[in-house]
Design a protein around this ligand. Structure first.
Ligand SMILES: Cc1ncc(C[n+]2csc(CCOP(=O)(O)OP(=O)(O)O)c2C)c(N)n1
Ligand SMILES: [Mg+2]
Length: 372
C-alpha cells in the first residue's frame, strides 16, 4: 500500500526562489512587490538610525569578544554578520512586544536598554539572569536550543487571553528548527492562532553542522507543514528584515496568528569564543559573505541616496566609543556576588533541602578560606 505524500505547502512561503530583498549588496534599491509598502515611512533619518544601531551592536560584540580573550568574560557567542537580522527586526517591535531569544541576540538587549553590567554579567559568570525580563520585555538568554519558542507561544496565548494585542517574538537558529520543542511550539501556535512570530536566523551553521546537511529543503518550508505562513528574506538586508517583521507583527496583532520568518544570513565569527571555525569551513566562504556585510550594504545605500556618509560614520564612531567606555567600565568594576545567593531565587519560598545545601555550601567555602 502506498501512502500519498502531500506536496509541500509552497503557496504559504514567499521568497523560496530567492530570499526577499530590497537592498542589493552594492547598495542599490530594488523593487519588492511584497515589502515596499511596509517601508514607505523609512526615510534618511530612519536609515541613519538603523546604521548607527548596527554599528553600536557590532562594537558591543567586538568589545565583548576582546574581554573574553582578556579573561574577563568566560564565554561569548558572537553575532558578527547578523546585525541586520537582529536590528531590522528589533526596531520593528513595539516596546511591549515580548522577545524570547537564544544566547546570541545581544542586539535585542542593546535595543531594549538592558544595562551592560547585567547583560554582560551573565557571560562573566556573575549572575544567573542579568536583568528583569518584565522591565525590558525581554526574556533572559536561553541556552536550551529552541525552548524559547515554547515560552513565547505560551506567553502570547496568555497575552491574548488578557485582551492585549502585544506580540511575542521567538528568535531561533537554523539548528533549532530540528528540535522537538520548536515543532511543538508551532503546533500550538498554528492550532490556536497564537500572536507569535518565529524569527529564525539561518546563519548557515549549528556549531559546525552546515545548514545544507541539516535540511534538504529551505527551512522556511518547515513551518508550512503546520499551516504557518513563512517569509524567507535576505537577513543581511536590514530593510527587508524590517518590512518582513512588520508584516508578521501586523498579522499577529490583527488575529491572523503566527508567521515564521527565515532570515538568511551568515555567522561570520566562530560559534562561541571556544570554537575554531577553520576546522569546518573554508576561508573563501567567509570572504564571499564579507562582501554581503549588512552594515557595509546600508552604508553603500546611504551613499547612493546622497546622504553625508562621512558625517554619519563619524556620529556612529562617537556613539560607539562612548558605549565601549561604558561597557568596559561596567565589566571592570563588576563585583562577584556572595556565592550563597545562588540559593535565594530557586523557588519563591526557601525549602528545607535548599537550606541544607546552602549551609553545606557555606561550610565548604569556609573550609577553603581557612585552608588558604
Ligand atoms: C537542547 C540542546 N541540545 C544541544 C545543545 C548544544 N548546542 C548549543 S548551540 C547548538 C547549535 C545551535 O545552532 P542554531 O540553532 O543554528 O543557533 P546558532 O548557534 O547558529 O545561533 C547546540 C546543538 C543545547 N544547548 N541544547
Ligand atoms: Mg545557526
Amino acid at each position: 500500500m502506498s501512502i500519498a505524500v502531500p506536496p509541500p505547502q509552497t503557496e504559504l512561503v514567499s521568497g523560496l526562489d530567492a530570499p526577499l530583498s530590497v537592498l542589493h549588496p552594492d547598495g542599490s534599491r530594488q523593487e519588492s512587490e511584497i515589502l515596499d509598502e511596509h517601508l514607505a515611512d523609512v526615510d534618511e533619518t530612519a536609515l541613519t538610525d538603523l546604521y548607527v544601531d548596527m554599528s553600536i551592536v557590532r562594537r558591543v560584540d567586538q568589545e565583548a569578544f576582546a574581554l573574553t580573550r582578556q579573561g574577563k568574560l568566560v564565554l561569548w557567542p558572537p553575532l558578527l554578520g547578523q546585525e541586520a537580522a537582529q536590528v531590522g527586526s528589533g526596531r520593528a517591535l513595539r516596546e511591549t512586544d515580548f522577545v524570547f531569544g537564544s544566547y546570541r541576540e545581544h542586539a535585542l538587549a542593546v535595543l531594549r536598554g538592558v544595562g551592560f553590567a547585567g547583560f554582560l554579567g551573565v557571560w562573566e559568570g556573575l549572575t544567573f539572569s542579568g536583568w528583569d525580563p518584565h522591565a525590558h520585555h525581554l526574556a533572559t538568554p536561553q541556552i536550551i536550543i529552541g525552548a524559547q519558542t515554547l515560552h513565547a507561544t505560551g506567553y502570547a496565548m496568555a497575552t491574548r487571553m488578557d485582551g492585549a494585542d502585544d506580540v511575542a517574538v521567538a528568535y531561533l537558529g537554523d539548528g533549532a528548527t530540528s528540535e522537538g520543542d520548536v515543532n511543538e511550539a508551532m503546533v500550538f501556535a498554528s492550532t490556536f492562532r497564537v500572536p507569535v512570530v518565529f524569527f529564525c536566523q539561518n546563519n548557515h551553521y549549528a556549531i559546525s553542522e552546515p545548514v545544507r546537511v541539516q535540511s534538504d529543503f529551505p527551512l522556511a518550508l518547515r513551518p508550512t507543514g503546520f499551516g504557518i505562513p513563512a517569509l524567507r528574506v535576505d537577513g543581511n538586508d536590514v530593510l527587508a528584515v524590517h518590512a518582513a517583521t512588520r508584516i508578521a507583527l501586523a498579522r499577529a496583532r490583527s488575529g491572523g496568528g503566527p508567521t515564521f520568518i527565515e532570515a538568511v544570513t551568515y555567522r561570520m565569527g566562530p560559534h562561541t569564543t571556544t570554537d575554531d571555525p577553520t576546522r569546518y569551513r573554508r576561508d573563501e566562504e567567509v570572504a564571499d559573505w564579507r562582501e554581503k556585510d549588512p552594515i557595509l550594504r546600508l552604508e553603500r545605500h546611504l551613499e547612493k541616496i546622497g546622504a553625508r556618509t562621512d558625517r554619519i560614520r563619524e556620529e556612529a564612531q562617537v556613539r560607539c566609543d562612548a558605549m565601549a567606555r561604558e561597557l568596559r567600565d561596567a565589566v571592570m568594576t563588576a563585583e562577584a556576588p556572595e556565592s550563597a545567593t545562588m540559593f535565594d531565587h530557586v523557588y519563591t519560598r526557601q525549602t528545607a533541602r535548599l537550606e541544607r545545601q546552602r549551609a553545606e555550601h557555606l561550610a565548604f567555602v569556609d573550609s577553603i578560606e581557612e585552608g588558604a
